[in-house]
Design a protein around this ligand. Structure first.
Ligand SMILES: Nc1ncnc2c1ncn2[C@@H]1O[C@H](COP(=O)(O)OP(=O)(O)OP(=O)(O)O)[C@@H](O)[C@H]1O
Length: 231
């Protein structure tokens, strides 16, 4: 579970994030929408412990996130816009390397199973990543999140630049992760995807969360109208 309590981040006189109160429970997928500079990445970075808040708290499974401390990081998997992997290593070797970094060791059969579960064709498992498309890299990124067995998954614009088919495959995987009980927070600019994938949706503006709703309560057209009226 992921919780922000009056979470704020201030730079000089301006707030990147102001008094954020948010909770994402196990099995929930919360999609954060908002213009460039609205505070989405700041929110994610605070949960990752990449920076310290000016005030308030970011909690993961009830534990406060402290930058540099490993206590909460082990419960978190992060899928950025571009998953950073080693291009000269194969998909299996990348997965093995990052799983070991997180303290997990799997045999080759299990690593291959995890990649297949994330939709990566077996022909690709032993190929170096430098020849992979963005969608294929995202699949390896999700496999790493699965291997780490993290309770919380943070994603920052993970579908930007993916074609519709790759986006659809990615969406299916993320929904499955939600059904498995992960708590997922995703920053996105894709309104249609937010309605499709999210259980909850938030709209941010100038560092504040100004609307929250259950995804089932709104369709993509109405959400787009609300978004345009808000920003
Ligand atoms: N190191 C920094 N120093 C000063 N201001 C910063 C710094 N980092 C971020 N900001 C400001 O904080 C605000 C929120 O930025 P953030 O990256 O969280 O927005 P975002 O919603 O993720 O935007 P995008 O959709 O473009 O990724 C912006 O106004 C940004 O300029």
């Amino acid at each position: 579970m992921l919780q922000a309590i009056s979470l704020s981040k201030q730079y000089q006189s301006s707030y990147a994030l102001k008094e954020l109160n948010l909770q994402v429970n196990a099995g929930e997928i919360c999609c954060l929408l908002g213009q460039n500079g609205a505070g989405k990445t700041t929110t994610i970075n605070l949960f990752l412990g990449f920076m310290a808040p000016t005030s308030g708290k970011a909690l993961i499974n009830g534990q406060e996130v402290v930058p540099g401390a490993a206590a909460t990081r082990k419960h978190v998997a992060y899928i950025p816009e571009v998953v950073m992997l080693y291009g000269h290593l194969t998909a299996i070797d990348n997965l093995d390397y990052f799983s070991r970094l997180a303290g997990f060791r799997y045999d080759t059969i299990r690593l291959s199973e995890l990649l297949a579960q994330c939709g990566l064709h077996p022909d690709k498992h032993r190929q170096p990543l430098k020849g992979f498309s963005k969608g294929m890299r995202q699949k390896v990124g999700i496999a790493i999140a699965l291997a780490k067995n993290a309770a919380v998954i943070l994603m920052d614009e993970p579908t930007s630049g993916l074609d519709p088919r790759a986006t659809d495959e990615f969406t299916g995987l993320v929904k499955e992760l939600g059904q498995q009980g992960k708590a997922i927070l995703m920053a996105t600019h894709d309104i249609f995807n937010a309605v499709n994938i999210g259980t909850h949706i938030g709209i941010m503006k100038q560092g504040q969360l100004v609307h929250t709703m259950q995804a089932g309560d709104i369709n993509a057209n109405d959400l787009q109208q609300l978004y345009l009226q808000t920003i």
